[in-house]
Design a protein around this ligand. Structure first.
Ligand code: ZN
Ligand code: ZN
Length: 584
């Protein structure tokens, strides 16, 4: 019985129309997703000129019988959807059945397929069948697309350069490989190997195969669930951030997805662990009941809508935040070699290395094992990690360049940016004080008077409650002037007037869209920066010691509230390697 049914026309129209074929990557996506649906475990993608000259996808999937092979080129033939209702239970990747006919109508296609019992070869150009015959019985499907858009020159124009098309395809295959670590993906361009994953079904190993050891060594595993969602994956330590969001890979039921809320949850969880405009490497897998997912809102199927998105946001946010909190994140000052060369060449290099020797492989396996054990330990007893951090003792040696505290312990030498470190300490102090509902006020011996412009005066007068609720004792005092006679205790002694003025500036500046949470956040960061020791201020060894003690007690001692690092480490091993005391 043939697996492909011709879908009724009405249903076909319901499915989002739009351009299936717009760039080489969208053709590759359709073909590879078909291979995945056919349960292939080995998928080879061969490109010539980034797909502009040739796209070939070879798989070892179920293949098609004669009848399916012929039907594959009819519009709206699909083996995956038969009735309207099925649209809501889509759990396979491709589902429109439009891809092959669309591709064949604007190019030249050769299809070889066999289900192991029969086999077919079909040659089509511009939608017209040129040749059909039987082929060999190797189980699987091979599709070769050439002469793309030869009959639609207007669309040919919209194809990008070889490099751009290739880049988009590399990106796509990387994500598909991360979606399916159990599948062996091979991607070549002009006979040059670009991606090779082993199909090991080990996500960390797949991350290694795609990004290299320098990244996979800095990934942290997470796993969590609630009533509706299971989440699993890896996030990077804040020391290897990227300048764009390309490497945030999110999947729902193994499908590549884009969703603003999911991205926001990730970004919010990294709050103050990274500067704005920098993005982590993340592989996030979400599994859920397909009825909660509406995949059909966009023809490319990447943008999705999810029911219970708030519950999912909370789950992702909390899990990533906890993962960052539960790990020691002090970056090594000495970077591993070969970081951040152009991605393609890194990939090529890795593939090259792996092909030449099995050493990398063994080393990697070993590292994964060690890591897994460690991770298990962590999830079993989270308190252990907190203790690990909180018991970290840093002994100050002195101050360098008036800015960096040099410290040491039996693991190595540390450099701590004294301003950033104190900014972090003060920030957390303020945030805790602002969350505290019991407000205690200190009376001022000498009241502070604040003179404002007429319009500022009116704005502040309308919003005096903000200051009063915070614990300020404030009253009108003559023309455009206020008098402050008391302030919340968390305002640092000696910085009273400066703090009050900063807070009033924030109120006047941001009153149109006042949001208490954001206001507190902004105020804590501004005051923390203002009240912290500046560079070139020499503090005593005792003061350094005190500062370091307070720093390790912070929730996030690794970054200032702007996301910049507070501390870096030279491990004993790094030092010995640099001084050639050890020779590897
Ligand atoms: Zn600052
Ligand atoms: Zn800062």
């Amino acid at each position: 019985m043939s697996k492909i049914k011709v879908m009724n026309e009405n249903l076909a129209n319901k499915i989002a129309a739009g351009e299936v074929v717009e760039k080489c990557a969208s053709i590759v996506k359709e073909l590879v997703e078909n291979s995945i649906d056919a349960k292939a475990l080995n998928i080879i993608i061969n490109l010539e000129k980034g797909g502009l000259s040739k796209i070939q996808v070879i798989d070892d999937g179920e293949g098609m019988d004669d009848e399916d092979a012929k039907l594959a080129f009819f519009r709206h033939a699909t083996s995956k959807i038969m009735r309207d209702d099925d649209l809501f239970f889509i759990n396979t990747m491709g589902f429109r059945g439009e891809a092959l006919p669309s591709i064949a109508s604007v190019s030249e296609v050769e299809l070889k397929t066999s289900d192991g019992k029969s086999s077919s070869f079909i040659h089509i150009k511009g939608g017209k069948v040129l040749e059909t015959k039987s082929g060999d019985l190797r189980k699987g499907t091979s599709i070769t697309v050439t002469n793309l858009f030869y009959n639609t020159p207007a669309r040919l124009k919209y194809l990008k350069s070889e490099n751009t098309e290739a880049y988009n395809i590399v990106n796509l295959i990387e994500k598909l490989a991360l979606a399916r670590p159990d599948i062996n993906f091979t991607l070549t361009n002009n006979d040059k190997m670009i991606i090779k994953t082993s199909g090991s079904n080990n996500l960390l190993k797949t991350i290694h195969e795609i990004y290299g050891l320098n990244v996979s060594n800095k990934m942290l595993e997470f796993k969590a669930n609630n009533d509706d969602f299971d989440i699993y994956g890896y996030i990077c330590k804040p020391e290897i951030l990227k300048s764009n969001k390309n490497d945030i890979s999110t999947f729902v039921n193994d499908r590549i997805v884009r969703n603003i809320e999911i991205n926001k949850a990730i970004n919010d969880a990294y709050y103050t662990y990274k500067p704005e405009g920098k993005y982590p490497i993340v592989v996030l897998k979400i599994n859920t009941d397909p009825t909660l997912v509406d995949v059909n809102i966009h023809p490319t199927k990447q943008d999705i809508k999810l029911s219970k998105i708030n519950e999912l946001y909370d789950l992702i946010y909390k899990t990533i935040k906890d993962t960052l909190y539960n790990n020691l994140l002090i970056p090594n000052a000495i970077k591993d070699e070969s970081v951040n060369i152009i991605k393609d060449s890194v990939i090529a290099e890795i593939v090259d290395k792996m092909a030449k020797s099995n050493n990398t492989q063994t080393e990697m396996n070993f590292k994964i094992e060690v890591k897994d054990q460690k991770q298990e330990l962590k999830t079993n007893d989270e308190v252990v990690i907190n203790k690990e951090l909180k018991s970290l003792v840093l002994y100050p040696v002195g101050l360098a360049l008036g800015t960096y505290i040099i410290a040491q312990n039996d693991e190595g030498i540390y450099l701590i940016d004294q301003h950033a470190a104190q900014e972090r300490i003060n920030y957390e102090k303020y945030m805790k004080a602002l969350k505290n509902r019991v407000i205690t006020t200190t009376n001022l011996l000498i009241p502070i008077t604040i003179e404002l412009s007429a319009s500022e005066y009116i704005t502040l007068k309308d919003n005096l409650d903000i200051l009063k609720n915070m614990g300020f004792v404030i009253e009108e005092f003559g023309v455009n002037t206020f008098k402050i006679t008391g302030h919340p205790t968390w305002i640092l002694e000696g910085y009273e007037e400066e703090s009050v003025r900063k807070i009033i500036d924030l109120i006047i500046g941001g009153i149109n869209k006042f949001d208490q949470v954001k206001f507190n956040e902004k105020m804590a960061i501004t005051l923390a920066c203002k009240m912290s020791i500046k560079a070139n201020m020499h503090i005593s060894l005792e003061a350094q010691e005190e500062l370091l003690k307070e720093l390790v007690m912070c929730d996030n001692p690794y970054n200032c509230p702007h996301g910049r690092p507070t501390i870096i480490k030279f491990s004993i091993y790094d030092l010995e390697r640099m001084f050639k005391r050890v020779m590897n």
